[in-house]
Design a binder for this molecule. Structure first.
Ligand SMILES: Cc1cc2nc3c(=O)[nH]c(=O)nc-3n(C[C@H](O)[C@H](O)[C@H](O)COP(=O)(O)OP(=O)(O)OC[C@H]3O[C@@H](n4cnc5c(N)ncnc54)[C@H](O)[C@@H]3O)c2cc1C
Length: 394
């Protein structure tokens, strides 16, 4: 962690060699939508590209959401180095261990043949997590994380190859169940739909019994864990709101979500309960009690900050299917301070490094979403540390 500033400076130096003017800046205010503040108080660790003026006009995203463009920029910069070769569609499939150390890697070429790449300085496993590998999710994470990942998992490509290649040659790994990065906002086919922002922000989180079960404005991972603790690992949870709480979700979105079977509507809590499969009498009591808290300004059940939300005053009630979902896994191969992989006897496997989500001993229990950027930040920093050590041997 002491090297994160150095790593960021190095990254900026590399970006400066690109043609699009990407600039890394601290995120002073957490990003927000529709002018609303962030849902949770964040510790100001995040770096972003919000001041970069460089997205192509047809990108369709804000510069802060420009990760893919930063990657493309880095590809262009890499091409400036004659001693650096990028290979795509050439996954690593096996490490070559000769004696005490790793000396290369076997790859599968795009044409289906296999080849060997020798590594004089070392192999850095930067293959990410295993969130797109259902079998590993089931084996290595909690049942509730497996349940919600297989339902709404947005990941692809991250199938735990680095973990498996390391284990195959005797590497040590974090104990199971391993931590995941979960997110409170899942829809049945994505981790987040921006049109639901206000509804999520202002609404109540309700279980099938029609009851609240969590302070809705807690950091995401805390809400996720509470959702996962509900019956069916939270599969029957809803965000309940009225028409005054849902700016951004227009008639077309309402019809779309209803058509997909995610959104239900009723004129009364009982009617909504009937439509969505929620206990309507309990829901009525929950809303009445919650509304009553606004007079005194204190949420006596969960201590939610009522100054940043609103009571139910509308005539249309909605219930949106929502659940926790898994964005990434956080457990991996055991490394030392130089990102060198250790074997099961705590000895360094010479020539083998692991970084980012392929590496372990960093997160425990959960990913702390209120310290934003910790995941990409560690991937960047540890990648820098591993490469420095591999090149300099110290
Ligand atoms: C929707 C979403 C939002 C997120 N938001 C944030 C955020 O705001 N802040 C934050 O810090 N983190 C965030 N994360 C998490 C973060 O993106 C990841 O944890 C981080 O990218 C992990 O970096 P990595 O380099 O370890 O792996 P990855 O970025 O996953 O990269 C691994 C790469 O290795 C490739 N690969 C896999 N197997 C092989 C193989 N055998 N051979 C060769 N290549 C291989 C993969 O295709 C992939 O390109 C988010 C994740 C998601 C899904």
């Amino acid at each position: 962690m002491d090297c994160s500033g150095e790593a960021t400076d190095f990254w900026q130096t590399m970006l400066d060699k690109g043609s699009n003017g990407f600039v890394i800046t601290p995120v002073e205010e957490p990003p927000s939508s529709n002018g609303m503040p962030a849902v949770t108080n964040l510790i100001p660790t995040e770096l972003g590209f919000y001041d970069s003026p460089c997205l192509p006009p047809d990108a369709g995203v804000r510069s802060g959401y420009s990760g893919i463009y930063v990657c493309l920029e880095m590809q262009e910069v890499a091409k400036q180095y004659s001693n650096l070769e990028l290979r795509f569609s050439t996954p690593a499939v096996q490490l070559v261990r000769e004696g005490a150390g790793v000396t290369g890697v076997i790859v599968k070429n795009a044409d289906g043949t296999y080849g060997r790449i020798n590594a004089a300085k070392g192999v850095i496993l930067a293959t990410g997590g295993y969130d797109a590998n259902p079998e590993l999710m089931e084996a290595w994470t909690r049942p509730e994380d497996y349940a919600t990942s297989s339902w709404r998992n947005p990941g692809w490509g991250t199938t735990g190859d680095g973990h498996l290649m390391g284990l195959k040659i005797g590497a040590q790994m974090d104990p199971c169940p391993q931590p995941v990065m979960n997110f409170r906002w899942g829809n049945p086919d994505s981790f987040f739909d921006a049109r639901t922002w206000n509804a999520i922000y202002f609404g109540l989180m309700i279980n099938p019994e029609g009851k609240r079960f969590v302070r809705e404005d807690l950091p995401f991972q805390a809400v996720s864990n509470a959702q996962n603790a509900q019956p069916g690992y939270g599969a029957g949870c809803f965000q309940v709101f009225d028409e005054n709480m849902m700016e951004g979700m227009d008639d077309a979105a309402i019809e779309e979500f209803k058509g997909r079977g995610w959104l239900f509507e009723g004129a009364t809590p009982q009617e909504l309960g009937q439509a969505a499969g929620i206990d309507g009498e309990n829901l009525a009591a929950t809303i009445e009690r919650y509304n009553g808290f606004f007079a005194g300004g204190i949420d006596e059940d969960f201590n939610r900050d009522l100054a940043t939300t609103m009571p139910f005053t509308g005539t249309r009630l909605f219930a949106l299917t929502t659940n926790s979902c898994v964005l990434a896994t956080g457990g991996g191969l055991t490394i030392d301070g130089d990102c060198r992989v250790l074997d099961v006897d705590d000895k360094v496997i010479e020539g083998l490094y692991a970084v980012g989500n392929a590496s372990g001993n960093f997160f425990a229990g959960n990913y702390p979403r209120h310290i934003p950027g910790t995941s990409i930040g560690r991937a960047i920093t540890f990648g820098y540390v591993a490469a420095e050590h591999a090149m300099k041997g110290e």
